[in-house]
Structures are given as C-alpha cells and as structure tokens.
Design a protein around this ligand. Structure first.
Ligand code: ASP
Length: 323
C-alpha cells in the first residue's frame, strides 16, 4: 500500500461540518480503521506523500510508478493499493495505467468524506480496494479505481460531483466491476492498450513535456492560447465547447499554434461523448488531434507521454485511438 494523502486521510471536525485538511492520517491508521482488512492480505505499507491531490504532479507520479513497479516485481506481491485524493485520482490512475509495466493490479482508492466525518466512506473503500488488489482475477485489467462499491478502469473513470460519495462515473464503456464488503464481481476487460502493452515509460530525469489545458467558452478570445504558446507549452488541450469546438478568434490562435509545431488536441468540456475528427473543424487542414473519448485532463496525460515519443500530429492521433 502506497499512501499519498487525500480526504481519505483527512481530519476535520467530527460533526457534519465543512472544514478539514487532506493527508493528515498515516497509512497505518487508515488500515487500523478498517477492521478485518488484515485478513484479506498481508499488508506492507509506505507513505509516499501527504498531500491533497490538488497538489499532485509529476514528482509524485514518478515515485508512485517506480515504487509500484518495484513492489510488483516481487513474487510474493499480488498487487498494489494507492491511497489518493479524489480530485485528480483519474489523472494519476491513467498515468500509471500508461507507464507501469506489470500484469499485476494497481488499485487507487480515496474517499469523499474525511476520516473523522460521520459515515466516513474511507474504511469500506480501503477494505474493498485491498480485496480487489488481492483477487486472483484482478490482473491484466490495467490500473483500477475503487470507490462506493464500484470498480472503475483508469481510462474510463471521472470525478463528476464535488461532494457526493458516488462521484466517480465511467460513462463511456462502463464499470470494471462491483465490490460489496470485499466480494468482487468483475465484468469485461478494458479495450485499449495499457501497462504491459503500453509503449510509454517515465523518462529518467527529463521533465515531461509541458501541456496546458485551455477551457473554451462563448465569446472566447485568443489570449489564453497565445499565452500557452509563449509560456513554452509543447502541447495544448482544448476543453472545447460541444464536439471540441472553438470560436473563430480562438480557432485562429489554435491553428497558428499547430503551424508553429505545438500539438493541439481537441477535447470537450461537456463531460461525455466522443470528439471526432473533421466534424465542424477541418482537423486535417489545421493539423489538430481529436481526443476521441478522453476528457481534457486525461488527454493532457496522454499528450505529455505521447510528446516524449513524437510531435507528429498523425502519430499522436493514432495514440488517441490506441490508448
Ligand atoms: N481535495 C481532496 C483531494 O483530492 C479531495 C478528496 O480527496 O476527496 O485530495
């Protein structure tokens, strides 16, 4: 078990109240709060970070990938559980899904209510995550996210609600399975490339290429896209309106960015649906990449890793269809 913080380790006022701080409790105290968890597996744990996942980034991703691979390479280790804040859990899950080279399961788990809250959801989520990681059929499914009695694929899952315990949804291709008090029901396998079949790895010392996300809106100008290019972005993900669209001023800036060699990916701010090529925009002429089913924050992860291999928009588009 690798702990990074988050609300699952958060402490606040015990009554229904709002204020709390993420990442206060150690992994040992989270384990102690889930009675029976030690009977599911022999647990070995380490604290990798103690942060709210709003502060998650490349250095912790690298540490998690390295430590997960190290642990999974040991014959007696069945799987890895990562405790993590829910805000950016989908990004860490998808990153690990693309870089961890192992057929064994990596399961991310968090909670919406701090450990001190009434009806805290962390202990049962943690119990279910360990049960999932220890299950003999959990391997080969890529990185998984467990919360609220559901098992999600890293590529599919998104946080969709600010506070509710049922915040995680996998709207496109559905759940990896269900888990109830440690009893697992797996459904299908993921359809896109991951872990062992992925071409990506974390570059040793070089930082990942910078990719910015720009959120589109009615009346949008070109300033933010120009600023991203000036600021050194090698890629820009557009959280476009509707089917990944941009108004004329922003579109001109995005076209200029692509001509200057910046990878421009069109995703959508809608929260669902596929962004296809050449629907209301001539992606072929403009040199854009369509995000397919990836939301903007996941498109950013894939583009950062993709840019470690190529800046060719045609090859990058292929990656958005493969992963
Ligand atoms: N801000 C918290 C975090 O992502 C929220 C949570 O964990 O639910 O760390």
């Amino acid at each position: 078990m690798l702990a990074t913080g988050g609300t699952i380790a958060g402490a606040g006022r015990p009554r229904p109240a709002h204020g709390y701080r993420s990442g206060i409790f150690s992994i040992a105290s989270l384990i102690a709060a889930a009675p029976g968890i030690e009977s599911l597996a022999r647990l070995d744990s380490a604290n990798v970070a103690s942060i709210g996942s709003q502060d998650m980034g490349e250095s912790v991703w690298r540490a998690l990938a390295r430590r997960a691979e190290e642990a999974l390479s040991e014959a007696e280790v069945a799987g890895v559980v990562v405790t993590h804040g829910t805000d950016t859990m989908e990004e860490t899950a998808y990153f690990l899904n693309l870089v961890v080279r192992s057929p064994k399961p990596v399961v991310l788990v968090g909670a919406m209510r701090p450990a001190t809250a009434m009806s805290a959801d962390g202990p049962m989520n943690l119990y279910n995550a360990v049960a999932t990681a220890a299950h003999p059929e959990a391997g080969g499914r890529g990185v998984l996210v467990v919360a609220n009695d559901e098992i999600h694929f890293a590529r599919e899952v998104a946080k969709t609600n600010t506070t509710q315990v049922g915040t995680f949804r996998s709207t496109h291709r559905g759940l990896a399975g269900l888990v109830s008090a440690g009893r697992i029901h797996f459904y299908g396998m993921p359809v896109r490339r991951h872990t062992l079949a992925s071409e990506f790895h974390v570059p040793a010392r070089r930082p990942l290429p910078r990719v910015d996300i720009v959120y589109a809106h009615a009346g949008m100008g070109r300033e933010l896209i120009d600023a991203a290019v000036r600021g050194g972005a090698r890629g820009i993900v557009i959280a476009g309106v509707g089917n990944g669209n941009l108004g004329a001023a922003a579109l001109a800036a995005a076209g200029a960015a692509a001509r200057a060699g910046v990878a421009v990916v069109r995703s959508s701010r809608t929260g669902g649906g596929i962004v296809e090529r050449n629907v209301e925009m001539d992606d072929d002429r403009l040199g854009f990449i369509a995000a397919d089913e990836l939301n903007p924050q996941k498109a950013r992860i894939l583009l950062m890793l993709g840019l470690t291999r190529t800046a060719d928009p045609v090859l990058l588009q292929g990656m958005f269809y493969a992963y």
